[in-house]
Structures are given as structure tokens and as C-alpha cells.
Design a protein around this ligand. Structure first.
Ligand code: UDP
Length: 253
């Protein structure tokens, strides 16, 4: 059997050449990293959960007319996506202060922002993904003004969708990060939501208790990350009840 071609390996995912031109297989690893990969661990079952959760969010977005790269889930850890050219920006949308915004501006975590804030970081691990302004994006040609208008409107639509879906299951969407890709079709180019949407790239707090159900559990050593992600999946009805356990069962004598 021929080995399939690996296109790229990142911190949490591997991309393989897809079965047809213009497609890619996205494989979700169990690796967790934080603080620009200074902290790392393998969290058994995380990749399976993120594959399912990203499928759930991307499918919902496709259904409401927000274009994404997602085609279909292939198995426990893999999904088929459309190949796209990733714009080298992390698009962050914030509804409540947390993380780097709280540090930068001295706003207590959890304070509701007057309106959703959209921020951009330049994707470069060596530089630690620095915050950039639209001026930098335009000057260095990472995206055009038209792209930026489209990106903001996509990001705000994703925010409304995700906030509503989460609110319905008692979870507050504090903030999240998305990546946007370009797909070329003849003379046309369109922008799609790419990469993944999962608790690795969102802050999710239980509305009642404030319990964190996202990657901050790992970043801040707050408990078991798989339990937190499983709780998100359970509330959303994402993991089928009859599925095999995602972690190895413990043998009880
Ligand atoms: N985020 C991400 N990848 C990154 C940086 C941030 O997915 O490389 C997400 C993060 O999980 C959070 C949001 O973007 O939901 C805002 O992150 P923030 O800028 O507060 O950075 P952090 O405090 O995580 O360093």
C-alpha cells in the first residue's frame, strides 16, 4: 500500500494530500501545546473530540451560509477539507475580556466588552504570533481591504452562530480564534473559514459556575482537559452515546 503524502505537520494537526485534487485530509493529533509550544503534553482522546466538535461547528456554519473548508468527517481522527491558501493571520473575536487582552489592557477577566472586538495576530511561531493592526496587514500585503471587510463580516457571523449554539447549552463564548483561507475557482477567489473550530481555539465558560471548558484547563493546570472537552461534546449532543470510549478503559478487578 502506498504511503500517502504528508503536506504539513503542525502542533495539533497533520495535513495529508486528499483523494482528489483540491482536497486535503486533516488529521487531529492528541498533542496539546501552549505558550508557543513551551508547554506540551499528549492528551489522550483530544484529537477525536476536536475532530467531532470542529465537524459540528463547521457543518452548522455551512448550513447557515458561512463558507468553510469542511467537506466531511472521514473517521475518528480525520476529516476531508477543501485545499485553500491560508491567510497568515489569526482572527480573534472577543465578547468578554480574557487572556492576552486582559493582560494588555488591565481589564479583569470576565468583563463583558461593549461590543465584539476583532483582533489580528500575524501567524509566525518564531515571533510568537504578534498582534498587528489593519495598517500592517495592508502595508505588508497579507490581505486586501476587500479581504479585510469580508474577514470581519465572516468573523462576526461565526461569533453570532457560535455564541448562540453555546448559549443554548449553558456555555459562554468568551473569545475564539479562526483562520481564513482562499479558494481559487477560475478567475474567482473566495474566502472560507478554515483550520478548526474547537475548544483548543475558543474560551468556553459554564454560564452558571464559570468553570472553564477549553484549553485554559491545560494552559493553567485546572484539571483534566479531556473531561472538559467531553462535557462540551456531551452538551452539544456531538459524541454518539454508543461510541467506543475515546480513552482506553481502566481495568477494574
Ligand atoms: N488562540 C488560539 N491560538 C493562538 C492564540 C490564541 O486558538 O495561537 C485563541 C485562544 O484559545 C483564545 C483566543 O484565541 O480563545 C484569544 O487568545 P488570547 O489572545 O487571549 O491569547 P492567550 O491568552 O491564549 O495567549
Amino acid at each position: 500500500m502506498a504511503r500517502r503524502k504528508k503536506i504539513y505537520e503542525g502542533k495539533a494537526k497533520i495535513l495529508y494530500e486528499g483523494p482528489e485534487p483540491g482536497t486535503i485530509v486533516q488529521y487531529f493529533k492528541d498533542d496539546a501545546t501552549a505558550f508557543n509550544a513551551e508547554k506540551r503534553d499528549v492528551i489522550e482522546g483530544k484529537g477525536v473530540l476536536n475532530n467531532r466538535l470542529s465537524e459540528f461547528f463547521m457543518t452548522g456554519l455551512n448550513q447557515i451560509g458561512v463558507p468553510t473548508h469542511f467537506v466531511k468527517r472521514l473517521n475518528m481522527r480525520e476529516q476531508l477539507v477543501k485545499a485553500c491558501e491560508i491567510i497568515p493571520l489569526e482572527i480573534i473575536v472577543r465578547n468578554y475580556a480574557a487572556g492576552s487582552l486582559s493582560k494588555r489592557l488591565g481589564i479583569e477577566e470576565g468583563v463583558q466588552l461593549p461590543r465584539p472586538l476583532v483582533e489580528y495576530c500575524y501567524k509566525d511561531d518564531d515571533l510568537g504570533d504578534p498582534l498587528v493592526a489593519e495598517e500592517h496587514i495592508a502595508a505588508f500585503g497579507w490581505a486586501s481591504q476587500q479581504d479585510m471587510d469580508d474577514i470581519v463580516s465572516l468573523a462576526l457571523r461565526v461569533n453570532d452562530f457560535m455564541s448562540g449554539v453555546m448559549l443554548a447549552v449553558g456555555i459562554r463564548l468568551v473569545d475564539f480564534k479562526i483562520e481564513i483561507g482562499r479558494i481559487y475557482d477560475g478567475d474567482f477567489m473566495r474566502l472560507v473559514v478554515a483550520d478548526e473550530i474547537s475548544p483548543d481555539s475558543c474560551r468556553l465558560w459554564d454560564i452558571e459556575t464559570g468553570e472553564k471548558l477549553d484549553k485554559d484547563v491545560f494552559r493553567r493546570d485546572l484539571g483534566n482537559l479531556t473531561d472538559a472537552y467531553t462535557e462540551v461534546a456531551r452538551r452539544l449532543g456531538v459524541m454518539p452515546k454508543t461510541s467506543t470510549p475515546i480513552t482506553k478503559p481502566t481495568l477494574i478487578n
